[in-house]
Design a protein around this ligand. Structure first.
Ligand SMILES: *Cc1c(COP(=O)(O)O)cnc(C)c1O
Length: 345
């Protein structure tokens, strides 16, 4: 086996959902967009459905098709991008719930799919998706007559608990939705951790299910390991990899491992990543290339067969920090070339 090995623990995903659900007194959905943050949306959805999850969110209608095919008609599948032109047939056939985000979408939905379930997305300050306060004031009466199943908004700074944007958006959400008599949702993972004021009727965790920050107390859900293709001795003063970017300061043993930026190990990890062999750290040396990386294994007593990047010694967030990014990006970039081993229910 010559590709990296990605191990996915669905029991950990379920445990994380349960832990997040237990932090609130409301319902908890699951966000499985971007192929379940890289872990495999169908497997993740199946495991969560078995655990009792009945509300899922995807980013775009295309992501919903395999989920509906696998889970059948029972779960509600919400689409963050709403009802885009060209999606009408899919929304009807798959019975999706679009989160309408503009006056144009609301009008289009009522014209093309009258009586079909929908939700409303409000902008409370992030300025990304959703109706603004004045727009909502203008069409709320009309929209509420059609019985939306959910009214939601999204927090911009929920991963910073003390950020003044959080209470600001909360106040706006109250102003826009108090008394409407429709289930409300404001919080993703970060918002759940902000406490009960932010929970409303439904939460929408994504990243926390997959064991990454801001849900720091979550259970890790993946491991990532790369097989060694070749090992060589490098004399002091010799160089390694593209651009000669690393030079041996001592006689070194260099392992070349199968995996690179085509597998989501982004180039900013060049000369920065740490791999593990058991508990022993080994530094990546030189640049990450498309399919290969070079690691200094001089200090290991024996030649390794494989080296781990995400493991008990090092979390997704540790690696993301080294890369100058966030766990979300690392997970969603993992790519299609891994040998995936998924276990759990
Ligand atoms: C991605 C997303 C979520 C999930 O966010 P996490 O931070 O991953 O928990 C929830 N709501 C919206 C609108 C999103 O775009």
């Amino acid at each position: 086996m010559s590709t990296g090995r990605l191990t996915i623990d669905l029991d950990a995903v379920v445990a994380n959902w349960r832990a997040l659900d237990a932090m609130t007194n409301c319902k908890t959905a699951a966000v499985i967009k971007a192929n379940g943050y890289g872990l495999g949306s169908v497997n993740v959805a199946k495991a969560l459905f078995k655990a009792g999850v009945r509300q899922f969110f995807v980013a775009v209608t295309e992501e919903a098709a395999p989920i509906r095919a696998e889970l059948g008609p029972r779960p509600e599948i919400h689409v963050f991008s709403g009802h885009m032109k060209g999606d009408t047939d899919t929304i009807r056939e798959l019975n999706l719930t679009p989160m309408l985000n503009s006056v144009e979408q609301v009008t289009h939905h009522f014209e093309t799919l009258p009586g079909h379930p929908f939700g409303i997305q409000l902008d409370t300050g992030m300025n990304r998706l959703g109706l603004e306060m004045q727009e909502w004031a203008a069409i709320a009466g009309l929209a509420l007559e059609q019985n939306p199943t959910l009214v939601m908004s999204h927090l911009a700074c929920a991963d910073e608990p003390d950020h003044p944007m959080n209470p600001h958006q909360l106040a706006n959400f109250h102003m826009m939705t108090d008394g409407i008599g429709v289930p409300r949702s404001l919080s993703a993972t970060g918002g759940i951790l902000l406490g009960p004021d932010y929970h409303f009727d439904l939460t929408r965790p994504g990243i926390g299910l997959y064991g990454a920050e801001p849900f720091a107390q979550g259970t890790p859900a993946i491991e990532l390991e790369f097989p060694v293709v070749q090992i060589r001795d490098v004399a002091q003063g010799e160089v390694v990899g593209y651009g000669n970017s690393w030079q041996a300061e001592r006689p070194s043993r260099i392992a070349t491992i199968s995996g690179g930026y085509a597998d989501g190990i982004i180039r900013s990890l060049s000369d920065r990543a740490i791999f593990y062999h058991g508990k022993t750290p080994c530094k990546l040396v030189g640049r990450v290339s498309m399919d290969l990386m070079t690691v200094d294994v001089t200090d290991l007593p024996d030649d390794p067969k494989a080296l781990s990047l995400i493991c008990a010694e090092q979390s997704v967030d540790d690696v993301a920090r080294r890369a100058g990014t966030i766990g979300y990006e690392l997970l969603t970039q993992l790519g299609g070339r891994y040998t995936r081993r998924t276990y759990g229910k």
